[in-house]
Design a protein around this ligand. Structure first.
Ligand SMILES: [Zn+2]
Length: 316
């Protein structure tokens, strides 16, 4: 049974909005494009994995959790997918890379080969898995659970893999996951149905998603780098202006009442999780303090804190 599903990382939406609020030739555009590409590829590999693991329906009690981020001794560790069975826990590390991947043994090394033939090593997913297994073991120990934990590296099926020798870990493709798990032998029962259920629920409530915001901080952006304006959903430009009690696009005449809500969401991705009346006006190119107050008061995700001049809104 699936206890936790995967959702599209909100960072993807954040990066898309940041990209269109920066000049095309801004120096960080390249980094953002690369990060966005990697995040989308990673997510699509994980979705592939989710589709194939849905074919895995064992007769024994079990729990499947996708994208779980736990904290142990102030260290966060994120697991792409977890399977809890009566005799062991299996962590999957899902990879989706554009390049051809070469796996060398003695010592174990993962190498990406670019189209021009250039070879660069990348951080071993096996080392990443070992770290996660170690931290999960400690996390479980705090809950008085002692159970073997295994890891598997799963590559998206569009990846090209080349092994020099059989690697000392399980490396499989997403389409092999159900068959692979069916072959995992169930040994001594350590967790019964009830304990598995309880543990899975505890993991779901302990899950703390990674917060990538604000993006201005990560990319060291100055307020002047960010292009203000309200985004037009019809022509995809920052060309909406408030006139005659509504938003109107200067480019395509699209009309709307709620487009400033999306602007506040974007502000939160880029700048911070609070906004003042003045900041809102300069971000949405609005002149009237009074109109800004009315618009801000109508956004359900905002809570006004303080009174008169020193007041601001907290964004939830
Ligand atoms: Zn428009």
């Amino acid at each position: 049974m699936i206890y936790k599903n995967r959702r599209a990382p909100v960072e993807i939406e954040g990066l898309i909005t940041l990209k269109r609020r920066l000049a095309r030739d801004h120096p960080v555009q390249k980094d953002i494009t690369k990060r966005l590409y990697n995040m989308k590829a990673g997510y699509s590999g994980e979705r592939q994995y989710d589709r194939y693991i849905s074919e895995f329906k064992p007769s024994y009690p079990h729990a499947i959790l996708h994208d779980v981020c736990l904290k142990q001794d102030d260290i966060y560790f994120q697991m792409d997918s977890l399977l809890v069975t009566p005799s062991k826990i299996i962590i999957s590390e899902v990879k989706n890379l554009a390049e051809k991947i070469i796996v060398k043994t003695k010592p174990l090394q993962f190498i990406k080969e670019r189209q021009n033939g250039e070879r660069v090593p990348f951080r071993s997913p096996v080392t990443e898995l070992d770290r996660k297994i170690h931290l999960l073991r400690l996390w479980l120990k705090c809950r008085r659970i002692d159970i073997p934990i295994e890891g598997i590296v799963v590559f998206a099926y569009n990846n090209e893999l080349q092994f020099e020798e059989k690697p000392p870990v399980d490396l499989i493709f997403t389409y092999e996951i159900a068959a692979h798990l069916r072959n995992v032998a169930m040994e001594r029962e350590i967790l019964n149905r009830q304990t598995i259920h309880k543990l899975a629920n505890e993991m779901v409530s302990a899950h703390r998603p990674f917060n990538p915001f604000p993006l201005a901080e990560r990319y060291s952006l100055q307020p002047g780098d960010i292009i203000p304006g309200v985004f037009c959903p019809s022509c995809n430009q920052l060309t909406m202006r408030w006139m005659q009690r509504r938003w109107k696009c200067l480019n395509c005449d699209q009309i709307g009442k709620k487009e400033h809500q999306q602007a506040v969401r974007e502000w939160c991705f880029i700048q911070k999780n609070t906004i003042t009346n003045r900041e809102f006006r300069s971000f949405t190119l609005l002149n009237s303090r009074h109109t800004a107050k009315l618009l801000l008061a109508g956004i359900p995700q905002l809570q006004k804190i303080g009174k008169s001049k020193g007041s601001f809104y907290k964004i939830y």
